[in-house]
Design a binder for this molecule. Structure first.
Ligand SMILES: [Zn+2]
Length: 133
């Protein structure tokens, strides 16, 4: 099973009057609010990258269309499931609201070689509706 490691730093200002309980509480609550969503995003990113490697082939060395296995996503225009190329990252990413909080995902694009459509399959891979829930 692949493992991921994520570190989260909490910065406290110790320069003036020291640290009081209220300051620690604010830092802890902020951490508790951000950490679950960041953990989900950290787990999803490498999974999507590894899946692109398996389906499309190594970065900069895509497999021939016929040599690619059927993708777990379908082209949003023609329904094609085989024959894709990576097309970089769309700015802004994709944000989804989960039980773990807001999760910002990188929006890696693929291009369908059959019809030329470019789109971001990560939400389909996660079985999330196109618009944030
Ligand atoms: Zn297509």
């Amino acid at each position: 099973m692949p493992a991921t490691h994520r570190s989260v730093r909490i910065d406290l200002d110790l320069s003036s009057d020291g640290v009081d309980l209220a300051c620690l509480e604010v830092a802890a609550v902020d951490f508790a609010r951000r950490a679950p969503g960041e953990l989900v995003a950290t787990a999803v990113q490498p999974m999507a990258g590894e899946l692109f490697d398996v389906i499309i082939g190594p970065r900069a060395f895509p497999a021939d269309d016929d040599a690619q296995p059927e993708a777990p996503w379908a082209c949003t225009r023609c329904g094609n499931r085989r024959g894709f190329r990576r097309r970089g990252q769309r700015t802004g990413g994709r944000t989804v609201l989960t039980k773990a909080g807001r999760v910002r995902l990188a929006a890696w694009q693929v291009e369908c070689r059959r019809c030329g459509r470019r789109y971001v399959p990560v939400l389909e891979l996660l079985d999330v509706a196109r618009h944030p829930r």
